[in-house]
Design a protein around this ligand. Structure first.
Ligand code: SF4
Length: 403
């Protein structure tokens, strides 16, 4: 099998890992055709967007996770790169400016230690023989020794170990070979030993959404506990893509992308907007409303706390207004020291007034008819708006899986 064939198989197999989100672009030059060979984008700690070559070292795997295309029992074309091949491809793409880094994952071949040794050999060669100074995100293989984890972490920028499913029960059902404790062990080790020479860009993980029956509340609680306990940089949510037949798998034809999107929005609220999981979901409302985003949903359920007076309310209260983001909230706090803000000022500051207008007053003035300040009216208007926006984003996301 030649290098291009391997690249097609192993880049295609990597697309199910959402730890970076793929995007395709087609170049006429065969070697740089990222539509097939999977270039994804990630964000550096300074917020810079970097493009990564996203590949598996091998799609051979001794495990048989029911949701995975690469599982042992599937009859698919298998391939494996030797370390030098990955280095050659990476460095060639890098020199041509197609990529700024590498996202390297792998099926488990022989044993976790054996797989980790191959990953280490690859990134060691890349760093020391090919003098590759770009960004490397590698998968840590649960169950591999601490010694190997230490070695891999000293060669890469970011590590991730995928938790895959939010509960032990889900894991037992669909990925019985996997062990949540082993994933936690990696995360704990990275948390305790991270420094500028060991996983400087931190760690992330992925959860598959919709393959098991866990509610959004269970998923968000799991994320919140991992952010807190392991200081993760990101939890990625990956809508379950039906690619295998199995009685334990849900019978759906389309990945639950809208749900995935709601989880990302809620995750953002937890990390940057000082929301808690209990603000967003509870036992009576264990799943996100798919019709409106989680912040709007929160505002509608707590309408008695609104409208917020822009010129006097706290920073935290500003962040609870739909249409006001972190940047615009900071601008509001800074500007209102000097003058009383009006609706026109808010627009100039980047506030999305078509959403915020329902939930705010400026100098005591509500900009809509007072009788419109009720849940039904606001909800139906915002649902219409969300529908028109999500139409575009769904098309964008579905493109990832069109191949
Ligand atoms: S460990 Fe499971 S999810 Fe990962 S490649 Fe193997 S079968 Fe797929």
């Amino acid at each position: 099998m030649n290098l291009n064939e391997k690249l097609q198989i192993l880049a295609d197999s990597a697309k199910y890992d959402a730890s970076c989100s793929s995007s395709g672009s087609v170049r006429n030059d065969k070697l740089g055709n990222t539509h097939i060979s999977g270039i994804c984008h990630s964000f550096a700690s300074d917020g810079r967007c970097i493009s990564l070559l996203k590949i598996l070292m091998t799609n051979i795997c001794i495990f048989d996770c029911k949701y995975c295309l690469n599982r042992r029992s599937n009859n698919i074309k298998r391939a494996i790169f030797i370390p030098e091949e990955i280095c050659e491809i990476t460095i060639n793409f890098y020199r041509r400016n197609y990529i700024e880094g590498l996202f390297l994952s792998s099926g488990i071949i022989k044993t976790p230690d054996y797989t980790m040794e191959l990953l280490i050999k690859t990134v060691y060669l890349l760093r020391n023989k090919y003098h590759f100074g770009g960004y490397i995100h590698a998968k840590a293989i649960p169950g591999a020794s601490e010694y190997l984890l230490k070695k891999l972490g000293s060669l890469v920028d970011r590590l991730s170990a995928n938790i895959e499913l939010p509960t032990e029960n889900g894991l037992k059902l669909l990925a019985p070979n996997k062990d949540m404790q082993k994933v936690g062990k990696i995360m704990g080790y990275v948390r305790d030993n991270r420094n500028k020479n060991f996983v400087p860009a931190g760690q992330s993980t992925q959860m598959i959404i919709g393959a098991t029956k866990e509610t959004d509340l269970e998923i968000m609680n799991k994320s919140a506990s991992m952010y807190k306990n392991y200081k993760l940089k990101r939890v990625f949510y990956s809508a379950y893509i039906p690619c295998n037949k199995d009685t334990f798998l849900p019978s759906i034809n389309v990945p639950p992308l809208k749900r995935e999107n709601r989880l990302y929005q809620a995750d953002w609220l937890l990390r940057y907007y000082n929301f808690k999981v209990t603000d967003l979901l509870d036992e009576n409302n264990p799943n996100f409303n798919l019709l409106v985003d989680p912040k709007i949903s929160y505002s509608l359920r707590h309408l008695n706390e609104y409208p917020k007076e822009i010129n006097t309310c706290s920073y935290d209260d500003l962040l609870k207004v739909p249409g006001i983001g972190v940047t615009s909230a900071k601008r509001i706090i800074a500007s209102r020291k000097h003058f009383q803000l009006t609706f026109a000022d808010l627009k100039k500051m980047g506030v999305v007034l078509k959403r915020a207008v329902y939930f705010i007053t400026c100098n005591g003035k509500y900009n809509l008819k007072e009788e419109w300040f009720n849940r039904n009216f606001i909800e139906s208007n915002l649902i219409l708006e969300d529908k028109s926006e999500s139409k575009e984003s769904l098309v964008e996301q579905l493109r990832l899986f069109n191949e």
